[in-house]
Design a protein around this ligand. Structure first.
Ligand SMILES: C[S@@+](CC[C@H](N)C(=O)[O-])C[C@H]1O[C@@H](n2cnc3c(N)ncnc32)[C@H](O)[C@@H]1O
Length: 269
């Protein structure tokens, strides 16, 4: 897989993490939905994966690549991981730093992009990258950087969007474009930047990351109910908080829209 062309990359609005970067923890804001919709299954998966793979170090050094306002990093710190979060958006990082302080959590936040991680080789036991891989300009470079800073035997855990007809309809048309249901900005995601599981698997392989599994992610409620609540949110009858409580994402066999998984760095490097 190649890095994305300038023409496609210019279509994604990664500036939202700057212009709205102070709003991550505002309960009635779209990006805060990550906390209610995604965090429950993610945190559960991360916890289960780390336990299953039994990392031997006493202190587990974790890095979240593309941490935004720290909504997931805070959960990692609460799991007892020594957490570092990195993100290119200074505004998002400020929000993350302030919120961690208010929550009495110790998290190291640094500015930087996944393509050029400012850490020495073999620094982390666990690297998490959720809802970020489909935002980056140079995916092969990001995966190679993640592999470089991960220790041998360390775990890389991720989730992202699949590039299928179903994801075009659900994640782009319904969530972003068709006014009846759209609750996200129209350029939050760009379908051409979505990643097929087999594309990710081959990038992992090229970078000495041994792929272990993929699970699908889907809404807990039926698609009919989902459309009903999306419409209510789109016309302002439900706040984001109310919407988030009704609509949660869970693990599934179906990887057509989103999937999560993990890989382990080989010992041969
Ligand atoms: C949808 S948010 C996900 C935030 C966080 N991972 C979470 O799930 O709570 C995407 C994040 O990716 C960051 N991002 C965009 N391009 C990036 C890059 N090249 N390297 C690292 N992070 C990037 C954005 O600034 C933004 O904070």
């Amino acid at each position: 897989m190649q890095k994305v062309s300038e023409e496609i990359y210019s279509q994604i609005n990664n500036d939202i993490y700057k212009t709205e970067g102070n709003r991550w923890w505002d309960e009635d804001f779209s990006l805060n939905l990550i906390k209610t919709l995604y965090n429950p299954f993610r945190v559960d998966y991360i916890k289960k994966t780390i336990e299953k793979l039994k990392i031997s170090s006493e202190v587990i050094n974790a890095l979240e690549v593309g941490c935004g306002g720290g909504i997931l990093s805070e959960e990692l710190a609460k799991l007892g991981l020594l957490t570092t979060g990195i993100d290119p958006s200074e505004q998002s990082l400020n929000s993350a730093i302030n919120h961690a302080k208010e929550s009495n959590l110790i998290i190291n936040y640094e500015k930087g992009a996944g393509e050029t991680l400012p850490f020495p080789n073999n620094s982390f036991d666990v690297i998490i990258c959720c809802d970020v891989l489909e935002h980056v300009r140079d995916l092969p470079k990001v995966i190679s950087e993640i592999s470089r800073v991960l220790k041998s035997g360390g775990i890389f855990i991720y989730d992202t969007f699949n590039r299928t007809f179903f994801s075009k309809i659900s994640a782009i048309k319904i969530l972003q474009e068709w006014k009846r249901w759209a609750i996200m900005p129209p350029d939050l995601h760009v379908w051409e930047m979505f990643i097929r599981p087999e594309e990710l698997r081959s990038l992992l392989k090229e970078n000495e990351l041994i792929w272990k599994e993929h699970h699908g992610i889907k809404p807990k409620i039926s698609y009919i109910k989902m459309l009903h609540y999306l419409h209510k949110r789109a016309i302002g009858e439900l706040t984001y908080v109310e919407f988030g409580k009704k609509f949660q994402m869970v693990e599934s066999d179906n990887t057509q829209m989103m999937y999560m998984g993990h890989a382990v760095k080989s010992f041969s490097l």
